[in-house]
Design a protein around this ligand. Sequence first.
Ligand code: F6P
Length: 363
Amino acid sequence: MAVKRIGILTSGGDCAGLNAVIRGVYAHAKGHFGWDVVGIHNGTAGLLARPVEATELDDRVLGSDMLRQGGTILGTTNKGDPFDFPMDDGRRIDRSAEVIDGYRDLKLDALIGIGGDGSMAILRRLAQQGGINLVTVPKTIDNDLGATEVSIGFETAVQTATEALDHLQPTAASHSRVMVLEVMGRDAGHIALSAGIAGGADIILIPEIPYRFAAIEQKLAALRKRGRNFALIIVAEAVRTEDGQSITAVHSGGGKGVKTYGGIGHYIGEEIAQRSGAETRVTVLGHVQRGGTPEPKDRLLGSAFGVHAVDLIAAGKFDRMVAWREREVVDVPIESAIEGYQAVDPKGTLVKTARGVGISFGD
Ligand code: F6P
């Protein structure tokens, strides 16, 4: 198949480094192979719209400002699964055929989809149904895809969470307080674990390691005994209450709408204050972790992934996800990537490292 024109879309929650992928794809596809590159707007929502929402990319995306720019110039969506699409009247219907028609309208030879496991699963189903030549690029600040050592967005999120601990430490020490920082990560504790070690947390709470308040109190007492007047606690959003309840927040639709994790930091802070009498303050870092200037690693990874995704199309290798392993960019079947969910390994190097430097997991 002679490729002339490819499409690219970003899907799922945005993160830092997406624009580096778009730039890498365009630079290599246009510069090396002479293909046209069409940027599809707002993920599959752009393919559902009529007329289809897409623009042919031009040399403006080659600028180095693209590397520095957070978010995605294409826009994205993390709702509206076309196979189970929520209609205004409350019905849920299959609109996958419309998405595929939209894709065909653009007369594309292949599609690069940048997304997390959920988006990749949807794109793969669409590709199978519509005969789309698909290559995917992994992005998620949660870093929970096992097939790649790191996904786009994770490094910047860790950097932001680490900086937050750097900022909290002096104010904690000035006021003799216990500071609780709640970070994202969906069901995994990777951000909390990495930032907790790098930012000098005293206690890291992650969903993979159950905690007890008695152990947290013990750690705080031990710190006080050593003359420490403050403590830093980092907690992953999916951590549950001590009796196993997960804490979520509703964001739209009068109680029927989108729910995400959110609020465990306040629970932990209040319980500690009540149980130990310590003065606590809680910071919920939220979407600050997703926006902002991409860290160098996300720019590098984005560029490498973008170039490799184009090379896969040139080689006629489809249904593959690009990945980072042992200092190299490689590619794996999308199916195995989606199946390979990776939580924090409670016996892994980073947990051992944290314990080794005296960090408690409250267990
Ligand atoms: O999956 C990425 C992520 O940022 C999670 O860490 C978080 O739970 C969720 O998305 C937030 O989603 P939304 O953008 O819908 O608030």
